[in-house]
Design a binder for this molecule. Structure first.
Ligand code: ATP
Ligand code: MG
Length: 589
């Protein structure tokens, strides 16, 4: 087995039934396997703990796939825990969206929890530390605490309040809890080591005074637990075995372990009484924190703060704008849950933070849609093509396969008639070298309908080509003797009479530079690098069966790209399609 920091994407192992299978084998799954094999754990329990202060983004998808995926693969469970230790307003809008996003990705939680469900237990746990002499009440101001903390190269100094008696500390802590003191007047601090090389162990605060209402607990608490204390003990309360989090918490792990060990919930049923009295199902245990690298892509910004700014400054149309890296945004863009899971599998789990190329994300979407999306024809920049040797009322239904590689996707009827829409760029008056499509005097195959010979390009008064007149070689239609006649190009089309006018939103990357997040010397920020071409709205035409699709149906519009019927705006009368991704990566050139 490779060592624990080696990024391992997966190996192909042959299971007993001889069917090939992809067995994920990253360092976290190796740890989990060993913990089970060696009896350190009898079941695997994880949690996904978002702070409900914004929408989830692509980075969270990695954490979700890992937390829920590991639990499912090893027959365990995963809780969804809303980390609401900040008594800021938890917007029900975020809470709803988080649940929607997790389900959409294909996962379901064992139990929905809030960190605030545990405030009573956390308070009793803090009293236990006070009693044990492991925590003290400190009267230093925030500024003084900073001055005493020392630096990375210099040890800190003990707080002058560090040697208070357990009795005095308990009295003060209870009075803090009773609301006697002003915000910031005192803190409860762990008594660990002011000389520790790890700043997080220099007597970190465990509780602070904040006279603020909490969305779940109202005005019950004038004191609130700090993140490390609340997070480690919430994991222990729920019986989480493997607490998976991102690398920035690596330096917090010693504090996490300290809290878990000193409080020892697994052997302290009296602390859990507030929950057991309420009939709360508990499986308190000793969790283990394991860190993995954050997911970051170029051409994106992924911090909630920056995404919030884009929304609030109306630089995008909201959290679910299809250009946003939020799960709500990319869902609307046409990303599928399976494309995201594929991306997460390809990226793998490691301990190396890196900025990945966006083509990994887009490539996973292309591969997923190539395999699963049905094909349709749609024209985004229409030019009229008239078939002069068919009567004006000519109308027929042609059979088309819905997927070139998947028979089971079936076939559909596509109407064909005297007048068609073709793509403007598929005609050239003066063809550039290598041009294989339509030009006056040339031939092109109309996909599935035979070979057309262009006789004439009709122009308006300004000299713009407004109509192409062609003769269809009736012997070249599929099944006819001339069907195999060689022509250089094939173009797509829709019947002008039958096609449905559609709003087509051509989305592209939101930023023009690979590293919009980088602070640069010129003082520019990510907001200065927004791509003005990131959305173009045009009116095109789609074949009837595309218009009739349900919202959120994804298609490949042949030769154009992958599109999705907009989740909110699409109707069969007024179809709206969003471009999810182009057929090929046009940025890499
Ligand atoms: P942001 O920095 O974008 O605001 P956050 O870390 O504050 O994100 P939380 O809601 O606290 O967001 O995150 C919930 C979980 O998702 C945490 O376990 C966190 O480690 C994980 N997570 C957040 N961002 C990423 C990312 N880019 N890649 C992988 N996991 C992530
Ligand atoms: Mg966070």
């Amino acid at each position: 087995m490779s060592n624990s920091t080696t990024p391992t994407v997966g190996t192909s192992e042959k299971p007993a039934n001889d069917a090939p299978a992809f067995v994920k084998n990253d360092f976290i799954r190796q740890i989990v396997r060993e913990d089970l094999a060696e009896g350190r754990q009898s079941a695997i329990r994880t949690r996904f703990p978002p702070e409900p202060n914004g929408y989830l983004h692509i980075g969270h998808a990695k954490a979700i796939c890992l937390d829920f995926g590991v639990a499912a693969e090893f027959g365990g469970w995963c809780n969804l825990r809303l980390d609401d230790t900040n008594p800021a307003k938890e917007d029900p809008e975020y809470v709803e969206a988080i649940q929607d996003d997790v389900r959409w990705l294909g996962f379901d939680w064992h139990s929905l929890r809030h960190a605030s469900d545990y405030f009573d237990v956390l308070y009793l746990a803090a009293e236990k530390l006070v009693k044990q002499g492991d925590a003290f009440i400190c009267d230093l101001s925030a500024e003084e605490v900073r001055a005493y903390r020392g630096t990375l190269t210099e040890p800190g100094r003990n707080s002058p309040y560090r040697e208070r008696s357990a009795e005095e500390n308990m009295d003060l802590f209870r009075r803090m809890r009773a609301g006697e003191f002003a915000d910031g007047a005192r803190t409860l601090r762990a008594k660990i080591d002011m000389a520790s090389g790890n700043m997080n162990l220099r007597d970190p605060a465990l509780y602070r005074i904040k006279h603020v209402e909490h969305q779940n607990t109202g005005d019950k608490w004038p004191v609130y637990p700090m993140y490390d204390f609340a997070h480690s003990l919430s994991d222990a309360i729920e019986g989480v075995t493997h607490s998976l989090c991102t690398l920035e918490f690596e330096d917090h792990r010693p504090l996490y372990d300290w809290c878990v060990d000193k409080v020892d919930l697994a052997h302290s049923p009296e602390l859990l009484k507030p929950l057991t009295d309420k009939g709360f199902p508990l499986e308190a245990g000793k969790p283990r924190q394991i860190e993995f690298s954050r997911l970051n892509f170029n051409y994106l910004v992924m911090s909630k703060r920056k995404l919030m700014a884009l929304v609030q400054e109306h630089l995008v149309d909201g959290w679910d704008d299809p250009r946003m890296p939020t799960l709500q945004g990319i869902r609307r863009r046409g990303y599928t849950p399976s494309a995201l899971r594929l991306m997460v599998d390809r990226v793998g789990i490691s301990k190396q933070n890196s900025l990945l190329d966006i083509s990994i994300l887009e490539g996973a979407l292309r591969d997923d849609l190539d395999a699963h999306a049905q094909r349709r024809m749609g024209v985004v920049d229409p030019l009229k093509l008239v078939i002069t040797n068919l009567p004006e009322d000519h109308e027929e239904q042609l059979d088309f396969h819905n997927h070139p590689k998947d028979e089971s996707a079936g076939t559909r009827k596509v109407p064909f008639a005297h007048e068609l829409w073709i793509e403007r760029e598929d005609f050239a008056e003066v063809p550039p070298p290598g041009f294989k499509r339509l030009t006056v005097g040339g031939d092109v195959r109309l996909r599935g309908a035979g070979i057309a010979h262009c006789d004439e390009a009709v122009k308006d008064a300004d000299g713009n080509v407004v109509e192409i007149r062609c003769t269809l070689d009736l012997q070249s239609r599929p099944g006819m003797e001339g069907a195999n006649r060689k022509v250089k190009g094939t173009i797509h089309w829709v019947s002008a009479k039958h096609a449905v006018a559609a709003e087509i939103r051509l989305y592209d990357r939101l930023f023009t530079v690979a590293d919009p997040d980088e602070d640069d010397a010129s003082g520019k920020t990510y907001k200065d690098y927004l791509n003005p071409e990131s959305r173009k709205v045009v009116t095109g035409y789609v074949e009837p069966s595309a218009a009739q699709a349900a919202a959120e149906t994804g298609f490949q519009f042949e030769r154009i790209g992958y599109f999705v019927a907009d989740r909110y705006d699409h109707t069969t009368d007024k179809p709206v399609f969003n471009r999810s991704v182009t057929l090929r990566d046009t940025w890499s050139k």
